[in-house]
Design a binder for this molecule. Structure first.
Ligand SMILES: *[C@@H]1O[C@H](CO)[C@@H](O)[C@H](O)[C@H]1NC(C)=O
Ligand SMILES: *[C@@H]1O[C@H](CO)[C@@H](O)[C@H](O)[C@H]1NC(C)=O
Ligand SMILES: *[C@@H]1O[C@H](CO)[C@@H](O)[C@H](O)[C@H]1NC(C)=O
Ligand SMILES: *[C@@H]1O[C@H](CO)[C@@H](O)[C@H](O)[C@H]1NC(C)=O
Length: 586
């Protein structure tokens, strides 16, 4: 019933370069082009494309003096996500519960990141250290974060603090005690059971090796899982495919070993597209998370991890509504918070639109009054939308110039060359030949291209379907590319124009007693014709005999009436009538 949305996860992965890199130059630069801020339980860092252009980006988490390279798997395990658009604009989110975040009493969080940009030359490294302090105290008893590449759940634990202050568990169970020491249960979490839905037990170390993260903070127990691991499973909730992470964590509390059940469930689809609207459906009741009676006490939508208020949503045409089974976020295709991108699969022009909405819901359990905060950061890309650019033939035949406008294209399309009947010319070569090629920018950032070619250019084919009409024909293939990938595509355009532009030569002839006087005023084809005098084509020899004269616009002949090519028509005693025929042929 619901079409699966195209979810992009960790699009631009950290790039790990394996060769040793001695004498790496590290120079910190001013932070223009880098912006960091706090958005509730997430720290956001955005990197402008100007900084990243032509570079490979590597991100490290800073934990005190240690730097930990965030590979895609490390990021998903530890609460980091990164997404770049095709031009290099990058947004990095860090969960405040992330592995390397310096957490002071679950209230103040210091996030340190180092961005390393490698230029063409591997020894050319520019690095930026970013440090951001976030305060967040409105933790709900349960918080679930669905980021682009991981699911995270944390629970408030009333007893953890006391335990951290040195109270110990009574230690009556010797065997368990030994087990706990052997597994290095210093963090309080000893082992866990995943439900796949079949139970799978692991000690902490095994779970970490399998890509999960579990830790306790001063008052919370946190667990995290990447998507699609062996211990998570898929479930359809109200028609929306969701990934479910359910686990029981065994941890030490002052009164003994304790168990807490945690669950996260994150949508992997639920997006419906029309030509101009994206509808994102999230189950109103995420059944894997909630079993008792619940009330939705808050609901917010946001973009790029940032909540929007009602007036900001209205200004952009976003809506947030509920149906019996779903919470529905609607976003018009083309909203300025997202971006369009051109594509050319099979040499055909297509576009997509990308946007990253956020949904935040606060549920209150009617029995316990416990709150669950549910936050989903959800990149959405529309399916490929085929485009058929308009070809606008602006030719006015009387001006004897072909004029065509081609568009519209997104800003990431460039015209490279044009194939004419005589061969391919680049845009520069076309302009040099006197064909005017121009790019026109539209107010909305789109563009179009125009071309002008005179009828008389050698690339224009001509023929005369009627005596006085010339048909001009200009076959073209526009060679375009999509940047930055340089994907080629082509658009063939045939232009045709007819003009009644044939002026026939005008002949005049007179005669006197002795001679014929013939004059021809040239037509539109000038002297491009064959003259046939009587039965014969005019030759140089005859020209001399017949006083041939020619200037740029006329020719003339003077022939005696006795000329060989003349015909006697009537002979009487008093007169002789003679005729001369002149035929002009193309
Ligand atoms: C981060 O640093 C702290 C303090 O130096 C240390 O206790 C902790 O183990 C480090 N975390 C990781 C994941 O290396
Ligand atoms: C930009 O404007 C042109 C004409 O005004 C329109 O044809 C085109 O679809 C618009 N492009 C986008 C991406 O909205
Ligand atoms: C013309 O441009 C297209 C890009 O659309 C490219 O694929 C093709 O190779 C170019 N042709 C020549 C001869 O340069
Ligand atoms: C060409 O000759 C014709 C008559 O023979 C004359 O009328 C015309 O002016 C001449 N044109 C030029 C350009 O000399």
């Amino acid at each position: 019933m619901l079409r699966l949305g195209n979810i992009l996860l960790w699009m631009a992965a950290a790039i790990i370069l394996c060769q040793a890199r001695p004498n790496v130059k590290l120079h910190s630069q001013s932070s223009s082009g880098l912006r960091s801020d706090c958005a509730a339980n997430v720290m956001r860092l955005s990197l402008d494309k100007a900084l990243a252009v032509g570079n490979q980006l590597e991100v490290e988490a800073i934990n005190g003096t240690k730097h930990i390279l965030l590979t895609p798997s490390m990021a998903a395990q530890c609460g980091y996500s990164m997404e770049s658009d095709p031009w290099g604009n990058t947004r990095i989110y860090t969960s405040l519960m992330g592995c390397f975040v310096d957490n002071k009493d679950d209230a103040t969080f210091n996030v340190g990141l180092r961005l390393k940009m490698y230029g063409e030359n591997p020894s050319d490294v520019v690095s930026h250290d970013v440090s951001q302090t976030c305060s967040y105290t409105r933790w709900a008893s349960r918080e679930i974060l669905c980021d682009r590449n991981y699911m995270e759940v944390s629970h408030h634990m009333a007893n953890l603090d006391a335990e951290a202050k040195g109270q110990t568990w009574d230690g009556k169970d010797e065997k368990l005690n030994a087990n706990l020491e052997a597994s290095g249960a210093s963090q309080g979490i000893w082992k866990m059971t995943f439900y796949t839905p079949e139970p799978v037990a692991m000690v902490l170390q095994e779970a970490e090796q399998a890509g999960y993260a579990a830790k306790t903070t001063s008052s919370r127990l946190v667990m995290r899982s990447p998507y699609n691991t062996a211990e998570t499973y898929s479930e359809d909730v109200a028609g929306v495919p969701m990934e479910v992470f359910r686990v029981s964590a065994y941890y030490m509390a002052p009164q003994g070993l304790n168990v807490v059940n945690l669950a996260a469930a994150c949508p992997k689809g639920g997006v419906l597209f029309t030509e101009d609207m994206i509808s994102w459906h999230v189950p109103r009741r995420v059944t894997p998370l909630l079993d008792g009676r619940i009330t939705v006490s808050e609901m917010h939508m946001g973009i790029n991890g940032q909540r929007l208020d009602r007036s900001q949503m209205a200004a952009r045409g976003y809506t947030l509504s509920t149906t019996d089974f779903h919470i529905v976020v609607e976003i018009p295709v083309g909203s300025p918070d997202g971006y369009y991108k051109s594509h050319a699969p099979d040499y055909q022009y297509h576009i997509t639109y990308f946007v990253e909405p956020m949904l935040e819901v606060l549920w209150r359990e009617d029995d316990t009054q416990d709150d669950t905060r549910y936050k989903v950061l959800f990149p959405i890309m529309t399916p490929l939308m085929p485009q058929s650019p308009q070809i606008q033939d602006d030719t006015v035949p009387e001006t004897r110039v072909f004029s065509v406008l081609l568009g519209t294209f997104l800003h990431d399309v460039e015209l490279r060359n044009i194939t004419f009947s005589t061969g391919v010319l680049t845009v520069e070569e076309s302009n040099a030949k006197g064909f005017t090629v121009q790019e026109h920018s539209l107010a909305n950032g789109s563009k179009s291209f125009s071309l002008q070619v005179p009828f008389d250019a050698d690339v224009v084919l001509k023929h005369n379907p009627q005596r006085l009409v010339t048909s001009y024909f200009l076959p073209l293939i526009f060679g375009l590319i999509v940047l930055p990938e340089e994907t080629p595509f082509a658009l063939p355009v045939d232009l045709q124009a007819s003009l009644q532009d044939i002026v026939l030569p005008i002949m005049a002839g007179t005669c006197d007693q002795n001679q014929f006087y013939i004059s021809v005023k040239f037509g539109s084809h000038g002297s491009n014709f064959k003259a046939i005098v009587g039965p014969r084509e005019l030759t140089a020899e005859m020209a001399e005999d017949y006083n041939f004269y020619e200037n740029g616009t006329h020719l003339s002949l003077i022939l005696p009436y006795t000329a060989k090519d003349a015909v006697f028509e009537l002979l009487t005693a008093e007169s002789v009538k003679s005729r001369i025929d002149l035929l002009l042929m193309d």
